[in-house]
Design a protein around this ligand. Structure first.
Ligand code: ATP
Length: 513
């Protein structure tokens, strides 16, 4: 646990030190759970967004994008259920006066039991060596089975109480499990209450004429209300998808863990409209496709898993999360939901407008079913960033900090470094920079010894360093150094573009899907 916390602290300080993420309004001591992306962070974020958009929109003939407004007609949120049901169960600790999400307290309790299972597995793996079979061990070891049964019984009781809105039982469960305030250890809890997560604001100049509106808590509704506009003007045939990236706002209660849970965040969503009855197939299909997208970045199969939901939201007939192993354990990164025809039907009912599709093959109209994929851009950023940050022991006994970002996502693809600040080397380096910048985001650095500059670029995540030395003036060659292997090669300036492109081109990464 302490190791995990250390690793997470390193992620936070590295994100600040290397210009990735700053606390919002830091000079005023910040605003809780709100963050700003800095000069490198904005590039990484943009590259992740683009990697998603290309995979989703550019690579699919039947998926198009939109960019809907953050403010929407207030009835939207009545239809979607957010006004009445977008609630979190909250509990306050009477001693510490801290507020928590009751379900998160219970889930964290289960995560601790899960950690015990992991410990048993690790111990057994050590004992049995190569002969160890994890699946068999987990299925037969009495202690592990006991732990697993305990987790299952807690989670299913919580799911059923939340389903029935039996908040008294959620509190009873917290008391029976003797869950304490994680900060103070106090078990002096209030009742569990529901709290609406939407941020409200006003449109209009005067108090009398103003209308209460909300900052959207999800981007999906902008897609649903535009479903027919897009279908007609784009002459889209079911099945087809509408994709969107944009800000969403939630007045989160448990706003911790850095950019994992923010009050202002960005979603990348795609709603896929299908013929009723085919949703199961499409749900499975999108689960698989989305997992492949994640794996294409090469961050290790073992760091991802599906978590199928037991408690389904009011609109869903199936739902699963793709979880990623963050520095604080496996947590939701993306949701894949089979949303039925709930949203379109609700908007029909509230607007009085038909939102139906005429299927020429079937010769009839229907309200399509929807399968959505919804990923948080900031969470994806944290997944990539925290996974990439590594400390390496080098052969000479020193260590280096290296940010092994997938090259396709790295903010800068190469740094151009004149060996010394004289003898015409900076001029040649600038010529290379001015040529490469048409194709890649590149960086120029002439300060300090070259070894120091390499380390700086390693820590900032730049995949290549290109060094111009005195020989360059005669042989038109440079030294190219690879961030991950630290291997150095002499190559012709004329070949640089192709070399870099081979490692950073979106095509070469997405083709791994
Ligand atoms: P959680 O259970 O973690 O609160 P959720 O199930 O409410 O998430 P969804 O409504 O399914 O999340 O939103 C889709 C995606 O948006 C999530 O998988 C996550 O990546 C992202 N997301 C949701 N809330 C936040 C937040 N407060 N900050 C950052 N990203 C978020």
């Amino acid at each position: 646990m302490a190791k995990q916390e250390d690793q997470f602290k390193k992620v936070l300080s590295h994100a600040k030190e290397y210009g990735y993420v700053f606390q919002s309004s830091e000079i005023y001591d910040g605003l809780s759970a709100v963050y700003d992306y800095a000069q490198n962070g904005v590039e990484l974020k943009k590259n992740i967004r683009e990697y998603w958009w290309k995979a989703m929109v550019q690579m699919h003939e039947n998926i198009v994008g939109i960019d809907a407004a953050i403010l929407m007609h207030p009835t939207t949120w009545k239809a979607s259920g957010h006004v009445d049901a977008f609630n979190d169960p909250l509990i306050d600790n009477k001693d510490s006066k801290k507020r928590y999400r009751a379900d998160v307290l219970i889930e964290d309790y289960c995560a601790k039991i899960e950690a015990k299972i992991d410990k048993e597995v690790a111990k057994a793996a050590k004992r049995f060596g190569d002969a160890f079979n994890k699946e068999e061990f987990v299925a037969t070891n009495g202690r592990v089975i006991g732990y697993q049964e305990k987790i299952n019984s807690i989670l299913s009781r919580m799911a059923s109480s939340l389903e029935k809105e039996d908040l008294a039982d959620v509190k009873a469960l917290i008391e029976e499990l003797e869950i304490a305030d994680p900060l103070t250890g106090s078990k002096n809890w209030t009742e569990v209450k529901q709290f609406n997560l939407m941020f409200g604001t006003q449109i209009g100049a005067s108090a009398e004429s103003s209308t209460q509106v909300y900052l959207r808590p999800e981007t999906a509704q902008g897609i649903f209300v535009n479903f027919l506009n897009v279908q007609k003007t784009g002459r889209m045939k079911v099945p087809f998808g509408i994709a969107q990236t944009g800000k969403a706002f939630r007045n989160e209660i448990v706003a911790r863990q850095f950019i994992f849970r923010m009050r202002e965040f960005e979603q990348m969503e795609m709603q896929f409209f299908v013929k009723p009855g085919t949703q199961k197939e499409w749900y499975e299909n999108w689960k698989e496709t989305r997992m492949k997208w994640h794996l294409s970045l090469g961050m290790g199969t073992e760091n991802y898993r599906f978590h199928d939901h037991e408690k389904l939201a009011h609109y869903a007939d199936a739902a699963s999360d793709i979880e990623f192993k963050f520095p604080f354990g496996f947590k939701e990164l993306e949701g894949i939901h089979s949303r039925t025809d709930f949203d379109l039907k609700a908007h029909e009912a509230h607007s009085g407008k038909k939102l139906q599709y005429f299927d020429h093959e079937e010769n009839k109209s229907y309200v399509p079913y929807v399968v959505e994929t919804s990923i948080g851009l900031d969470r994806m950023f944290l997944a990539v960033f925290s996974h990439s940050l590594q400390e390496e022991e080098l052969e000479n006994g020193t260590t280096r900090t290296v940010l092994k970002l997938p090259a396709v996502l790295a903010p800068f693809k190469a740094a151009i470094l004149p060996l010394v600040k004289k003898d015409g080397l900076p001029e040649v380096a600038r010529d290379i920079l001015n040529d490469l910048k048409w194709d890649f985001n590149v960086f120029y650095d002439e300060k300090d010894a070259v070894g120091k500059r390499y380390r700086r670029q390693d820590a900032a995540g730049t995949p290549f360093c290109i060094t111009v030395d005195h020989d360059t003036l005669n042989d038109k060659c440079v030294t190219i150094r690879h961030r991950d292997t630290m291997e150095q090669k002499r190559v012709a300036i004329a070949d640089l573009k192709e070399l870099i492109n081979a490692e950073v081109a979106v095509k070469n990464w997405l083709q791994k899907m």
